[in-house]
Design a protein around this ligand. Sequence first.
Ligand SMILES: Nc1ncnc2c1ncn2[C@@H]1O[C@H](COP(=O)(O)OP(=O)(O)OP(=O)(O)O)[C@@H](O)[C@H]1O
Ligand SMILES: O=P(O)(O)OC[C@H]1O[C@H](OP(=O)(O)OP(=O)(O)O)[C@H](O)[C@@H]1O
Ligand SMILES: [Mg+2]
Length: 279
Amino acid sequence: MLRIAVPNKGSLSDTAAQMLFEAGYTGRRDPRDLHTPDPRNDVEFFYLRPRDIATYVGSGALDVGITGRDLLLDSGSPATEVAELNFADSTFRFAGPSDRFSELSDLAGVRVATSYPGLVGDFLREKGIEVELVKLDGAVESAVRLGVADAVADVVSTGATLRAAGLSIFGPVILQSTAVLIRSAEEKPGVATLLRRLQGVLVARQYVIMDYDIRVSLLEQATRVAPGIESPTVSPLHDPEWAAVRVMIPRAETNHMMDALYEIGARAILVSSIHAARL
Ligand SMILES: Nc1ncnc2c1ncn2[C@@H]1O[C@H](COP(=O)(O)OP(=O)(O)OP(=O)(O)O)[C@@H](O)[C@H]1O
Ligand SMILES: O=P(O)(O)OC[C@H]1O[C@H](OP(=O)(O)OP(=O)(O)O)[C@H](O)[C@@H]1O
Ligand SMILES: [Mg+2]
């Protein structure tokens, strides 16, 4: 039975649980449950703090887990990244008052607050810059205003939290992070199935099915606009001058492609969601 670690709280937990549900797994009934067996799928779930997941998986106590790349690297765990899961995308950056910091070397000798001391310490060591790391649990953007640090290193998504704290980003990108599936050194047979199912969910989220009718003479032009993943399915219609086309397209491009196909001469353009997929 595959033992899977899932974030129990924080930014990662809702989307991770939703993805597993869409992938056909039984979720926990009560948000306080820490363990849910799912014998029908031959797996069991352990709901853990996101920060601890890499430790459990790296030690081999659990087989796979969902966490953030930044948390994985910060932990120093030997767990390995199997796949990106396309949510909780963020950038890890230095920030400070703009009148004092504009480049990495300005950090030499100052106090830097972070809840990721492993990640930040490794980065600065590699750059040969010595700082005093101030370890905080969260809300690190307040550390400068409150006088416990001179600069911070933290997760940035929209940048709104930094702006509200009067801080500006400076220096190089420390890391591009995203939610990832990680595994232990021992490769368990169930991992490939879990990964295929999660990738199926990603495809179902990112793509839609588009159907349209078009004159056979315009088919080549239309399939250049929407080429699909392999190649579009083309079926004959009763009228031999017309064909029906079915193709997968990126969800984000739906309306743009509908406009372009209509311009070419496609009609009866219909778009439908994909509920599950194995490519
Ligand atoms: N605003 C955000 N946008 C995108 N990803 C984020 C954001 N905040 C945190 N993350 C990502 O979520 C993961 C952190 O998980 P964590 O559970 O600590 O989230 P959190 O919301 O910070 O929870 P906590 O309230 O316990 O600090 C990291 O991989 C981080 O990059
Ligand atoms: O760039 P933004 O879109 O503003 O998002 C970034 C903020 O989101 C996270 O905070 P979280 O809510 O997790 O609080 P925390 O600092 O206590 O972890 C992160 O730690 C940043 O503070
Ligand atoms: Mg946080």
